[in-house]
Design a protein around this ligand. Structure first.
Ligand code: PEP
Ligand code: MG
Length: 545
């Protein structure tokens, strides 16, 4: 396939895709015309009102669809956006400018920017974060005025390959179901969140292609191979048929793996290894079960709320946890408390700008400092506990001071519910071992928890001092490094001594070449993106004599 623009990157999510290109470079929308003629004012005002009506109608319809599909959180975002589009103050500002002979699209974008700047300047972090919503809505109206071109990922209406500099978890979460055929992203590694989400949703992805992305921005079609880690801009018929052949091969492999989906995985010498799924929303529960999940080893609750514009109440969280607990029935569901910070912002959380967010105020550190954020989640979990086998897991723990602090707040919540006479259940408590400190001193922690789950994504980045999202550090982004393996070994030894189980919920858990190593260390649970489950079960069945 010589002569093509080929972009080499990291094989982030397996599978191949060919499709039309959708470029996501936020802030790119420019008005087609700056001014209008005097005679056109009334007609332009009519067009502006028409565009508002269309955008509001689209947003409301999407909200309705989301609600029917059980996605309350997403519905709330689209409703809030519809309200912003209907704001009379915004309308009169735009109309005044149109009367001053500014084109409606230019006026909408300018007024949107001014309103956004007002929000951005607000002291309150939550209100400041609304600036992006205002820009978003203004872009949608302007795009409608310019012929209905999609302005944001949520408006994507044709299944496409998405090209982006980066995709934050909140961007990925906004893409309508079925509209992303694949991702080609300039930044990132296998363990950055765009890759994790791509794998969970079974969307092929190549990340870390770097500056080469620019060469593909003008392409009409892009083909990508997320298993090999490359993409091709504007492939010709030969290249397309090559990719189609790969699609057929992948389908054949999937058919072979089918028989492993619902087996209870055991090594040849009979050791039973539980294979669970990592999920980020209640809606993923059913899909995970269909892939053969024997439980949830990591429920990333911060993903659950990323699509919203505000923080969920205790009641809403209770509903979500109860739904997952019930979906999994007697199977264990490990719910990780909010791991906000690092590369994951959450609307409604006062997250300061930090020099080094991955070394900053994230995970359990933030939760311990903000009981107003932590307690509703713990109360919701305790209340949902009677409906299944829920366990709670704290992220980013480095020592027993943090662990005891978290357990104390959990106990406070339990006592509150008791006093209030509310129904609740007991929760087993575990921690993620994802900092070198926790692994090195695992024996201190092991006696105070019921389980460990090793988060190899962060454990690798902190052990090897290599940012998990930096596309230049691929060699240092693997758990298969002696320094990381030593820490995994140490964690397993401490767990064995204390008589608790150890799982792995970082991406290494789903890598077939890592599976035998983890099992040899004594890991008894592996939790991964659901589509990786059948292959991991096969890998387990091949371990031993
Ligand atoms: C990890 O760090 O390995 C992990 C599973 O957590 P996250 O990827 O959400 O940081
Ligand atoms: Mg982590």
């Amino acid at each position: 396939m010589a002569g093509y623009v080929r972009l080499d990157g990291v094989a982030a999510s397996e599978g191949v895709a060919v499709g039309p290109v959708y470029v996501h470079l936020p802030g790119e929308l420019k008005p087609e015309r700056e001014t209008i003629s005097e005679g056109g004012v009334e007609e332009e005002l009519e067009r502006f009102r028409g565009a508002i009506a269309t955008v509001v109608e689209k947003l409301s319809a999407t909200a309705e669809e989301m609600r029917e599909g059980g996605s309350e959180g997403e519905a709330g975002i689209f409703e809030a956006h519809a309200e912003m589009a209907e704001d009379p103050e915004f309308h009169s500002e735009v109309e005044e400018r149109v009367r001053g002979l500014i084109s409606p699209e230019a006026a909408v974008l300018a007024v949107g920017e001014e309103f956004a700047a007002l929000f951005a300047d607000m002291e309150d972090e939550y209100l400041a974060a609304r600036a992006d919503d205002v820009r978003d809505v203004a872009s949608q109206i302007a795009a409608e005025l310019m012929g209905g071109k999609a302005a944001g990922l949520e408006a994507l209406a044709e299944p496409s390959v998405i090209l982006a500099l980066n995709l934050a978890p909140s961007d990925t979460a906004r893409i309508p179901k079925g509209m992303a055929l694949g991702f080609v992203v300039a930044e990132g590694s296998r363990t950055s969140h765009v890759s994790i989400m791509a794998r969970s949703f079974g969307i092929p992805a190549v990340v870390g292609v770097g500056a080469a992305l620019e060469d593909a921005l003008g392409a009409k079609t892009v083909a990508l191979d997320g298993t090999e880690g490359y993409a091709i801009a504007d492939p010709d018929a030969d290249a397309v048929s090559h990719f189609e052949q790969k699609q057929r091969d992948n389908a054949a492999e999937a058919a072979l793996l089918e028989e492993y989906k619902h087996v209870e995985a055991r090594t040849k010498d009979g050791r039973r290894i539980e294979v669970a799924a990592n999920i980020g929303s209640a809606e993923e529960a059913e899909g995970a079960l269909a892939w053969g999940a024997e439980g949830v080893g990591l429920f990333r609750t911060e993903f659950l709320f990323m699509k919203r514009t505000d923080l969920p109440s205790e009641e809403e969280q209770y509903e979500a946890y109860r739904e997952v607990a019930e979906a999994f029935g007697g199977k264990p569901v490990v719910v990780r408390t909010m791991d906000v910070g690092g590369d994951k912002d959450l609307p409604g959380v006062d997250q300061p700008e930090e020099e080094n967010p991955f070394l900053g105020w994230r995970g359990i550190r933030m939760c311990l400092d903000v009981p107003g954020l932590f307690k509703p989640q713990l109360r919701a979990l305790l209340r949902a506990a009677p409906y299944g086998r829920l366990k709670v897991m704290f992220p980013m723990v480095v020592d027993t001071v943090e662990l005891r602090g978290a357990k104390r707040i959990l106990e406070e919540c339990r006592q509150e519910l008791e006093r209030e006479g509310r129904e609740y259940g007991e929760l087993e408590v575990g921690i993620m071992v994802e900092t070198p400190a926790a692994a090195i001193r695992a024996s201190d922690l092991a006696s105070e928890v019921s389980f460990f789950s090793i988060g190899t994504n962060d454990l690798v980045q902190y052990t090897l001092a290599a940012d998990r999202g930096n596309e230049r550090l691929t060699r240092l982004q693997s758990a298969d490094h002696p320094a990381v393996l030593d820490l995994i070994g140490k964690t397993c030894e401490a767990a064995k001594e204390a008589g608790i189980w150890v799982g792995v919920c970082g991406e290494a858990a789903g890598e077939p070449e890592m599976v035998p190593k983890l099992v040899e260390f004594g890991v008894t649970e592996l939790s991964m993106s659901a589509p990786s489950i059948p292959r991991a079960k096969k890998a387990i069945s091949e371990i031993g004599e």
